[in-house]
Design a protein around this ligand. Structure first.
Ligand code: SAH
Ligand code: SF4
Length: 394
């Protein structure tokens, strides 16, 4: 493990709001089952009834998508009135929804404190992926990432994380209808934590939100349909396996420490050897299949044949898929996308070594919804282009 450079502070010291995040009643959304139980008891539900009440309220919230206590018809009227008195059902507010020519939908959501985050829905043949954010901005400063240029950072609450899934289900009209047979094809069949922020710097809230999303009596997405992407927060990787158990993706992006230090500065804290050590353990700990290695293709920086060969050597023995991401440009970005022929040559070397090496088609580029392009529109204190270039070391 290499020491952290004193000139590039890496901090996870960001604001986490308490559950009662704004003046007003506590929000029922985002509470885990045990927390919901506690909240109901604190509000006067007799302990003997608590388990049943939790089950009922849970189903209304997360199976039926109900937002109005009065619609919870298997609860007595006085109990419903008591809930309405004590609690709220509060979701992020949709500020704008943009729909790309390719069908990708980008939602700009407003959360407590007037902050904004983005969520992206990507429909594909036979599946639909919702890309959700875990923080407003990101404390890390990967030099190719637009989110990393945003100064302001705050952790999202569990409610704001699960709320992104619920808001998208609202927009896609995906909640079940009483009496109707359940739709087999789910519009949101997969969730990826690949939006704004580093999910492992907001571990507890991400874990609680994913536990709600995975719960079989609610949204009920299998853990194998959730992928968490990390830039390499090594100490939290084993915990992710044990406490969430979802699939893991890692923003690898380079095959030497020298280049990775420049692209993904967290590498100065946990270098390639430390990262690979944690990744080797992941499949066993989580009982899951392959790890996805994300690799952004930057012209002349990390895209040579030699890089491809080094990559294959480094990951030997890890069940893996290499997802090659053509660099998505943003205003002032200090890199260029590798040429298509170069990306294909790189993919070919990786493929011949026995790894799937799909090239990720950029989606929603016309609405700046592609990987690494997300950034709050209202964000004011932006980094200067010169700072970005200095961090990139180019
Ligand atoms: N913070 C987490 C998750 C969000 S980023 C992480 O870094 O893993 C999702 C993926 O998009 C990451 O692999 C990220 O490195 C990549 N990415 C960021 N900016 C990009 C850009 N401009 N073009 C292509 N991919 C980018
Ligand atoms: Fe943060 Fe991920 Fe962007 Fe790096 S790539 S700045 S970790 S969001």
């Amino acid at each position: 493990m290499t020491a952290q450079s004193p000139t590039t502070p890496i901090t996870q010291d960001v604001l986490t709001l308490p559950r009662k995040d704004v003046a007003g009643k506590p929000n029922l959304i985002g509470l885990t089952r045990p927390q919901l139980r506690e909240a109901l008891i604190a509000a006067g539900t007799p302990e003997a009834q608590a388990k049943m009440r939790v089950g009922q309220v849970w189903q209304w919230l997360y199976h039926w998508g109900v937002r109005d206590f009065d619609a919870m018809t298997n609860l007595s009227k006085p109990f419903r009135a008591g809930l309405a008195e004590e609690f709220e059902i509060r979701l992020p507010e949709v500020v704008t929804r943009q729909i790309s020519a390719d069908g990708t939908r980008k939602y700009l959501l407003r959360i407590a404190g007037g902050h904004e985050v983005e969520t992206v829905y990507i429909p594909e043949e036979g599946r639909g992926t919702l890309c959700i954010s875990s923080q407003v901005g990101c404390t890390l400063t990967c030099s190719f990432c637009h989110t990393g240029t945003q100064r302001l950072v705050r952790n999202l609450t569990a409610a704001e994380i699960v709320g992104q899934v619920m808001v998208a289900r609202d927009d896609l009209d995906e909640w079940p209808v009483p009496g109707a047979t359940r739709r087999e094809d789910r519009l949101i069949s997969n969730v990826v934590l690949m939006g704004m922020g580093e999910p492992l710097y907001n571990f507890e809230n991400v874990r609680d939100a994913m536990q709600i999303v995975m719960d079989g009596e609610g949204i009920s997405l299998s853990r194998r349909r959730i992928t968490l992407s990390t830039s390499g927060v090594v100490p939290e990787i084993a915990r992710t396996a044990q406490e969430i158990g979802c699939l893991l993706a890692v923003s690898f992006h380079a095959t030497t420490d020298e280049v990775r230090d420049r692209l993904v500065p967290i590498n100065k804290r946990w270098d390639l050897a430390a990262l690979l050590g944690a990744l080797r353990e992941y499949p066993r700990l989580s009982n899951s299949e392959r790890i996805t290695f994300e690799y952004v293709m930057l012209k002349g920086v990390n895209d040579s044949d030699e890089d491809a060969r080094r990559l294959v050597k480094l990951i030997a023995g890890i069940p893996a898929k290499i997802n090659l991401i053509p660099f998505n440009e943003w205003p002032g970005a200090p890199y260029e996308r590798s040429d298509w022929a170069r990306i294909e040559a790189f993919a070919d070397i990786v493929f011949k070594a026995g790894y799937a090496s799909p090239i990720r088609t950029p989606r929603g580029e016309d609405i700046m919804a592609a990987c690494g392009q997300l950034k709050s529109a209202t964000e004011r204190g932006r980094k200067r282009a010169s700072e970005i270039t200095a961090e990139a070391g180019v």
